[in-house]
Design a protein around this ligand. Structure first.
Ligand code: NAG
Ligand code: NAG
Ligand code: NAG
Ligand code: NAG
Ligand code: NAG
Length: 670
């Protein structure tokens, strides 16, 4: 009681900006709020909910038919105002089966339905319990995820979890054991508005990710940590704060021996400092690695990670505004061993610039004359280092060619190596097949004709030059991407326009007996980029669709806001199948990157039909949910994204096709 009063006093003193000068008052009752009881009718009978009894203990199971039947408006418990408490705990008693890998299930979600935004969520995967919440600041809205390593949860036995949240401190207590604390550098927001929001129990509104286990207790305790109220408990796995009336009767008697045998962790030893030895004598002891924030258990003779010391992406911060010679259509980041990290910018006007990473910033290093340069490609052949530029425009004498430059280790500059005749070149791709080196150019158009050949060139080791090897018919080719799957080599082209329509097929080719042959075609809409990436064993191909336009149907169908598509390779069927549609605004580029064990895609959104000021979006891989938007970045005519690492951390750089300004962003990891 007195602790609660003190808390109220503290909240009173701090106040919160958006609640104005009004005295602080809690938005809800400060007693335990039985969220589960809100969705259970008193007689226990409703479609979508079933009562089951396991180990002599009653719980509820939800069915996939209608997540809405297990939801209720937040206003039902937020009776006096609309703010989620800044400090609270959530108490859950549940019994969950083993989940297949990659599967995730929601225990609870709070959704702002109009915006379809997850305000708060609790979900678990085979090894982790994730607490998600929305934080908003001037830079945009963020979904933050705090993850607890909890592989012991999925053993088909009852467990009681207490998640206590207070600003940046997140603490999880399992079965009244030792709490695991995570200090995050993103705090739970002091003013999370729940106006118009809805609680969903056992789902996040969709049938996908529906909770398949049994739930007995789900309580929100505003204002305080429930642990002292529940623990220690004689029956820690079923410690109870509040459960719905219908679940109250325990028919079977819990096995007393089981309770007594439960390993209380009271005499658990945690060692700090550098890695201590782990032998039989240290068995079952813990070591906390303070530097990496990892908690390890000595099991047998090895330290086993309990609370994983992993890096995760928290947010991005602006690192450098890079003022460029002119608008930048493409950026290529590469390193030269022993020299450093470079970024080549393809600039629209007469000169393109190469920057070198110096004292944590890109600094101008070399300028090269180019003609409406569209992109650069870095590649190596043996010890030789090359950089090829795709020139879109002709030179002063009306000649059209693109140029390969070679790094001179003596001059420490790139020098002209070979000119190749091209037609409004958009992109170069470099690759190796069976030990031979190739380049392929995307010829966009010749005069007004977009239906022309693009060309594959082979490196001739005797002449030490690239020579034409295969021509491939393309329609307004914009981008080539090479990748391999096992022993097979693939090349995919983004075809933009065939003279009358942007709704054309982009083609994927496979290398068979010395040449590329058609493997699969995809209907694309002004395709500007293909990005290939792997997540574990899975292989994905994402296309950036920039424009839907057709001369014949101009009026009905001239749109920049359309879906870009992610395909996944089905190895059995030997074909890429649609995996996910993502709405984009004239998407020009996809970039895939990883931070720790998390995977992300960022899209260059460039135009919505009216303005070039559109947000580019970072998506996070969330397993069965696919890619989920986690961050918006205001961009202007965004054209190209690149991810790179230095010893100081991970970065993204993006260019603008509409202003002479590129930006370097640093990925904040925790
Ligand atoms: C371009 O594509 C459209 C739609 O696919 C098709 O109707 C039209 O005939 C094509 N035009 C040419 C010149 O291939
Ligand atoms: C292209 O290169 C491959 C690999 O060296 C070779 O087998 C093939 O004959 C070449 N084709 C042409 C037309 O030069
Ligand atoms: C208009 O474009 C969309 C793709 O953005 C496509 O799905 C639809 O079929 C097109 N409609 C017509 C009439 O071509
Ligand atoms: C892959 O294709 C095979 C054969 O068409 C099909 O049976 C299987 O369900 C597909 N796998 C996935 C994951 O879609
Ligand atoms: C950067 O480093 C991370 C490891 O933290 C790695 O997963 C990622 O692939 C690297 N990215 C690039 C672009 O090299």
């Amino acid at each position: 009681m007195s602790a609660l009063l003190m808390l109220c006093a503290v909240l009173l003193l701090l106040g919160t900006p958006s609640r104005g000068a009004r005295p602080w008052e809690p938005c809800t009752d400060l007693r335990p709020l039985d969220i589960l009881a809100e969705v259970v009718p008193l007689n226990g009978a409703t479609s979508g909910i079933r009562m089951v009894q396991v180990e002599g203990v009653r719980g509820l199971q939800f069915s996939a038919t209608e997540p809405r039947t297990t939801s209720f408006p937040a206003s039902r418990i937020f009776s006096s105002c609309d703010f989620f408490p800044e400090e609270f705990s959530i108490i859950v008693t549940l019994r969950v089966p083993n989940l297949p890998p990659k599967k995730n299930e929601y225990l609870l979600s709070l959704l702002a339905e109009e915006r379809d935004t997850l305000l708060l969520g609790l979900r678990y995967s085979p090894t982790q319990l994730h607490f998600l919440f929305l934080s908003e600041d001037l830079a945009g809205a963020w979904q933050t995820r705090v993850s607890f390593w909890s592989p012991g949860l999925m053993d088909s036995r009852w467990h009681t979890l207490i998640l206590a949240v207070s600003q940046g401190s997140f603490s999880l207590t399992t079965d009244c054991g030792l709490p695991v604390d995570i200090m995050a550098d993103v705090s739970f927001p002091p003013t999370l508005s729940v106006r118009g929001a809805r609680f969903f129990i056992g789902s996040r509104k969709r049938t996908k990710g529906l909770f398949t286990g049994v739930i007995r207790q789900l309580v929100l305790l505003p204002g305080s940590d429930a642990t002292p109220q529940l623990c220690p408990s004689r029956n820690a796995r079923l410690a109870e704060l509040s459960i719905p009336q219908v679940l109250k009767r325990l028919t079977g008697k819990p096995d007393d021996n089981e309770v007594l045998n439960y390993p209380y962790e009271a005499d658990m030893k945690v060692t700090l400092g550098s890695r201590p030895p782990c032998t039989k004598a240290e068995g079952a002891q813990f070591w906390f690695d303070a530097a990496q924030k990892g908690l390890y258990l000595c099991a047998g003779s090895e330290w086993v990670s309990v609370l994983a010391a992993k890096t995760k992406l928290d947010y991005v911060e602006e690192h450098q505004s890079l003022h460029t010679n002119s608008e930048t259509l493409g950026i290529e980041v590469f390193s030269i061993p022993g020299v450093g990290l470079f970024a080549a910018a393809a600039n629209r006007k007469a000169r393109s610039a190469i920057y070198k990473w110096t004292d944590g910033k890109f600094v101008s290093y070399q300028n090269i004359a180019t003609h409406q340069a569209q992109s650069w490609r870095h590649f190596t052949i043996g010890k030789k280092i090359f950089l090829a530029v795709a020139n879109f425009g002709p030179n002063e004498r009306g000649q059209e060619f693109s140029v390969i430059y070679k790094w001179s280790p003596r001059k420490l500059k790139f020098t002209l190596y070979q000119r190749i005749a091209t037609h409004s070149a958009r992109d170069w791709e470099a690759f190796e097949v069976d030990g031979e080196h190739f380049l392929v150019v995307a010829n966009h158009r010749e005069g007004d004709n977009h239906n022309i050949d693009s060309m594959v060139y082979r490196w001739n080791p005797s002449s030490q030059l690239f020579e034409a090897n295969q021509s491939i018919a393309t329609s307004g080719a914009y981008d080539w991407e090479f990748f391999t799957v096992g022993p097979y080599s693939f090349l995919v082209v983004a075809n933009t326009f065939n003279g009358t329509s942007t709704q054309v097929h982009s083609h994927l080719y496979i290398w068979l007996v010395g040449a590329f042959q058609l493997f699969q075609s995809f209907l694309t809409f002004g395709a500007a980029d293909w990005e290939v990436f792997h997540i574990g064993e899975r292989i994905f191909l994402a296309v950036a669709n920039s424009h839907s336009y057709d001369v014949q149907m101009q009026a009905q169908n001239d749109s920049y806001v359309l879906s870009s598509v992610i395909y996944e390779l089905n190895i059995t069927a030997q074909t890429f199948v649609k995996f996910q549609d993502i709405p984009t605004c004239s998407a020009l580029d996809w970039e895939f990157f990883s931070v720790g064990e998390d995977h992300f895609l960022v899209v260059a959104n460039s135009f919505d039909g009216n303005t070039f000021s559109v947000n580019s979006i970072i998506y996070r891989w969330q397993g069965y949910e696919g890619f989920v938007a986690v961050h918006k970045l205001p961009t202007f005519g965004c054209r190209d994204w690149e991810a790179f690492n230095t010893t100081a951390g991970s970065y993204l750089i993006y260019s603008s096709a509409k202003e002479p300004l590129s930006r370097v962003l640093k990925l904040r990891t925790g």
